[in-house]
Ligand binder design. Structure first.
Ligand SMILES: Cc1cc2nc3c(=O)[nH]c(=O)nc-3n(C[C@H](O)[C@H](O)[C@H](O)COP(=O)(O)OP(=O)(O)OC[C@H]3O[C@@H](n4cnc5c(N)ncnc54)[C@H](O)[C@@H]3O)c2cc1C
Length: 389
């Protein structure tokens, strides 16, 4: 839901998990810090120094392990495109989503001020999103939702028609994970909101003010967001002498153990898992990460008890894409419904919201999870719809 944080429609402060209290409640130990290496000879994780305003508060230190599960997620892949790293915003984590929100708001303030001074001014906020997967599409719709609400938050001269979003996708269509009919419905919805959707167009260069494409077009942009695929974090490259793919993901066996060490597991976006009979690795999705966590937990217990490990099986339950309050589209898959079922509208919205509720329940348990769902409902009534600064 980082796209909602980026657009200001979700206040991450209210939804984040406080690991210090969570670990007390669920009986695990939590260390704050970033892994920077692994010493397999001594079985230690090397944690990077904690630095604040250039001052080292805690030096690099080591944490011993008997078994290790690596689940550090992924980073956005800009495929080495010229200028992308310098001039694009990414939505890899909360800090980046907050940065996007702050810049978006500043641009909206600029336009609002220009319109107050001259109502006939040709001022607008131009956002270019590169990548029309779920992240790019959900972000575009959420931006229109926020833009429509801004006039109730002091930006009286601003309205959604002042937001110009362009989505650029290199592939032949948007939302490749969804059936074509649903992707077309999502495209039609976005175009009705005012989005320009370009497919089959490759970005060749990004500058401080524009995005350049292989067709020779340069699209002026106040904000540029790169959301075109993910790769492993660079720090994983050959970490501890483990096998990694060219895109820095740890190669794992079907048991989710890394190829070169029985005691180390990798799961989620940071691993590359090619299952027997499959032609492509398991996709970097939340449902895959969740299922892998269950398999790693069981296999860890088996390893400790000297029992045979079980292979991971990926079950694709489908995908859902939220177009904010405008629509939700998706396809559900599973034995229960006998294949793939396309869903849209209220039902899709309900399932989309339920997934997040189930996530809260798995993290906090039934009682606390349900209480948080209730608090969420109350907050929607009593708190502002948008988080600005
Ligand atoms: C905007 C957005 C929208 C998405 N929408 C969907 C969706 O609708 N459906 C779907 O299935 N998937 C979606 N995804 C993908 C989904 O979020 C990931 O597949 C899933 O979160 C992967 O889980 P993970 O546990 O592997 O990694 P993450 O959830 O990314 O967790 C990794 C954690 O490791 C921490 N970390 C990173 N580096 C280090 C380090 N060196 N040391 C210590 N900790 C570290 C990070 O801070 C983070 O907390 C979306 C992703 C984004 C960015």
């Amino acid at each position: 839901m980082l796209h909602e944080v980026a657009a200001g429609s979700l206040d991450a402060n209210l939804d984040e998990v406080g690991y210090r209290s969570h670990c007390h409640r669920w009986h695990y130990r939590y260390f704050f810090g970033a892994m920077q290496g692994i010493d397999r000879s001594t079985r230690e994780v090397i944690v990077a120094p904690l630095v604040e305003a250039g001052r080292e508060l805690i030096g690099a230190h080591r944490i011993r392990f008997d078994y290790l599960a690596i689940a550090i997620g992924s980073v956005t892949n800009d495929f080495g495109t010229e200028g992308a790293a310098e001039h694009c915003l990414f939505l890899d984590d909360r800090v980046q989503a907050d940065r996007f929100r702050s810049r978006l708001l500043n641009q909206c303030l600029r336009v609002s001020r220009a319109l107050e001074e001259n109502p006939a001014a040709d001022a607008c906020v131009r956002v270019v999103i590169i990548g029309a997967g779920a992240t790019g599409i959900e972000l575009a719709a959420e931006l229109y939702n926020s833009a429509a609400a801004l006039k109730h938050y002091g930006l009286e001269a601003f309205d959604a028609s002042r937001l110009k979003v362009t989505i650029i996708e290199a592939g032949p269509r948007i939302l490749p994970a969804l059936p074509e009919k649903l992707a077309d419905a999502a495209k039609a919805e976005l175009e009705a909101l005012g989005t320009r959707v370009l497919t089959g167009v490759r970005v060749t260069r990004v500058s401080e003010v524009a995005v350049h494409t292989h067709t020779g077009e340069s699209i002026a942009a106040d904000l540029r967001v790169w959301a075109a695929g993910v790769r492993g974090a660079p720090l994983l490259k050959d970490i501890g002498g483990l096998e990694t793919t060219p895109s820095c993901q740890l190669v794992v066996r079907p048991t989710l153990q890394v190829t070169r060490d029985d005691r180390i597991f990798a799961l989620g976006d940071c691993c590359s898992c090619l299952l027997p009979g499959a032609t492509r690795p398991v996709p970097p999705r939340a449902q895959a990460a969740h299922q892998m966590a269950t398999r790693v937990y069981d296999n860890l217990r088996r390893l400790m008890d000297d029992r045979a490990l079980v292979n991971y099986v990926y079950r694709d339950y489908g995908s859902l894409v939220s177009l904010s309050r405008y629509s939700t589209v998706g396809s559900l898959m599973g034995n229960l419904i006998g294949g793939r079922m396309a869903i849209e509208g209220r039902l899709a919205r309900y399932v989309y919201r339920s997934l997040y509720r189930l996530h809260l329940i798995s993290i906090h348990g039934w009682l606390r999870g349900m209480a948080l769902v209730l608090v969420g409902h109350v907050n929607r009534i009593v708190r502002p719809r948008l988080k600005l600064h």
